[in-house]
Ligand binder design. Structure first.
Ligand code: NAD
Ligand code: UGA
Length: 470
């Protein structure tokens, strides 16, 4: 009964559901794709001129497909009911309370979506886990589907199809993915469903990049990939700490390591630590899984990647205070970049949040500039981490500025927290920035933005870069 896929519903119009299914619709004009969400605000933004997320290339894709075969809707049930394939792309944050708080993934959104699918989906619909989930989540989904479905002969097939896009490069990652994993049960129904989803991707993805495997391997591959990537960042940051104490330069060390093909060239950029919504969450998820499986040594091993990341952020703040004569009280400090990486407006787990909190706690007046993060997002991020109280008497303690120049004017230090290309552009008039600053003027580079340290020193700046000993 399972013919080629003609109608797709995506539950969750976030950073993953939106770009993933927009690209799918763009590449497959004959498949109707509806991206649905419970958030009216998010769906309204997807249907407007100003999309809810900034992602290079996304606007053009949405503009071409929207209204043709791509639709954004709050009618979750209606969209599910019409679909023969349903992507579950809802959020899976770390649990904040209860059993496993601080480690386990909160699967309440996955369960709520699964219940809607059980209740309204049509017979034979293929359900695809797109969200990052703990290993064996498909088993729980199957139990919910079978228990809740009103039909006695319902046959659900669940596939695991984790997403590997990185924010900032989502469209290029989706157009030419390193791999597309499709995990299924080794049953005839599972294999057929796997084939149907593979046929959809085969419309634009290289055949050798479409990998089929078992459900549990596919679920675990996602956690494994993020854990290994995060581990590389913590590893190079651990080396960076040694460099700072030995007058070695981590950029020279990493360039030497990169040339070894067995090590590889990517993800060895030392700095102020990793941010983003997934590395920390997925490592916590893996740590919890290890503990649940009675593997405390394995849990401890992965935990160290997080410990190193937290320490790296804290060390950066401490260095700023120490280098500025051990006091930053009432000093103006420009924080350049707030997003967790360049080319995204996303602030989730951005290291800038921790560093701003530390600087504010130490009494600095912080001036924040980011080309793509709104003041409202900065407020929300800092409030959530308890970094500001917004009291009427004290104000916020920080000022969101409209440009790099304005953030730096009158400041004693500027701190790079995101590697936006505009910060390293030749257009930046460093002499003018230096003149506008209070002296001595410091630069703290947590993202390897400054390439020519000597030129800035010549102007008069005191320059400190993560991982470079002086
Ligand atoms: P997000 O918070 O941006 O989006 C999730 C959306 O799901 C929200 O808009 C929310 O309103 C909606 N939602 C929740 N419950 C719903 C329900 N029952 N019905 C309809 N809509 C519902 O999250 P995201 O960043 O897109 O991440 C989604 C998943 O993808 C997570 O599991 C994440 O780990 C994984 N992932 C994220 C990235 C990334 O770069 N952000 C990359 C790969 C994988
Ligand atoms: C990461 C993975 O790269 C994606 O493959 C995965 O799909 C995604 O998580 C997810 O599951 O959400 P993302 O978090 O969007 O993607 O961004 P990354 O490019 O991985 O960067 C994460 C953080 O690590 C950033 O703060 C970045 O600045 C930092 N980083 C990265 C470094 O400090 N050094 C590096 O060498 C690389």
């Amino acid at each position: 009964p399972r013919g080629p896929v003609k109608n797709i519903c995506c539950i969750g119009a976030g950073y993953v559901g939106g770009p993933t299914c927009a690209v799918l619709a763009w590449k497959c004009p004959d498949i109707k794709v509806t991206i649905t969400d419970i958030s009216e605000e998010r769906i309204a933004a997807w249907n407007s001129e100003e999309l809810p997320i900034f992602e290079p290339g996304l606007d053009a894709v949405v503009k071409e497909a929207r209204g043709r075969n791509l639709f954004f809707s709050t009618d979750v049930d209606g969209s599910i009911a019409a679909a023969d394939l349903i992507f579950v792309s809802v959020n899976t944050p770390t649990k904040e309370a209860g059993i496993g708080a601080g480690l386990a993934a909160d699967l309440c959104y996955v369960e709520a979506a699964t219940r809607r699918i059980a209740t309204v989906s049509k017979k034979g619909a293929i359900i695809v886990e797109k969200s990052t989930v703990p290993c064996r989540t498909a088993e729980s989904m199957r139990k919910i589907l079978e228990a809740v479905s009103p039909s006695t002969d319902a046959s659900f097939e669940i596939l695991s199809n984790p997403e590997f896009l990185a924010e900032g490069t989502a469209i290029e990652d989706l157009l030419d993915p390193a791999r597309v994993l499709i995990g299924a049960m080794p049953t005839p129904g599972g294999q057929l469903a796997q084939q149907r989803l593979a046929e959809v991707y085969a419309r634009w993805v290289r055949p050798e990049a479409i990998i089929t495997m078992g459900l549990w391997s596919s679920e675990l591959s996602k956690l494994a990939a993020n854990a290994l990537l995060a581990q590389r960042v913590s590893s190079i940051n651990a080396i960076a700490a040694i460099c700072e104490k030995t007058e070695a330069n981590v950029h020279e060390v990493s360039s030497a390591c990169r040339l070894d093909l067995r090590i590889g060239s990517k993800f060895l950029e030392a700095g102020v630590g990793f941010g983003g919504s997934c590395f920390q969450k997925d490592l916590q998820n893996l740590i919890y899984l290890s503990l649940s499986l009675g593997l405390p040594e394995v849990a401890e091993y992965w935990k160290q990647v997080l410990v190193m990341n937290a320490w790296t952020k804290r060390r950066f703040s401490k260095d700023i205070v120490q280098k500025m004569f051990s006091t930053i009280t009432s000093k103006h400090i420009a924080v350049l970049g707030f997003a967790f990486k360049a080319d995204t407006g996303d602030t989730r787990e951005a290291p800038a949040i921790d560093v701003c909190r530390d600087l504010l706690e130490d009494g600095a007046v912080v001036h924040i500039y980011d080309p793509k993060v709104s003041e409202a997002s900065i407020d929300r991020a800092l409030m959530a981490k308890g970094a500001c109280s917004h009291t009427a008497t004290k104000g916020k303690g920080y000022i969101v500025e409209p440009s790099m120049q304005q953030a730096c004017a009158g400041a004693s230090a500027l701190v790079f927290m995101t590697n936006w290309t505009e910060f390293s552009s030749k257009q930046v008039d460093w002499k003018a920035i230096y003149q506008s600053m209070s002296k001595p003027a410091f630069i703290f580079d947590g993202r390897n933005v400054v390439k020519d340290v000597e030129a800035l020193k010549k102007i008069g700046f005191s320059v400190y870069k993560s991982g470079v000993g002086y």
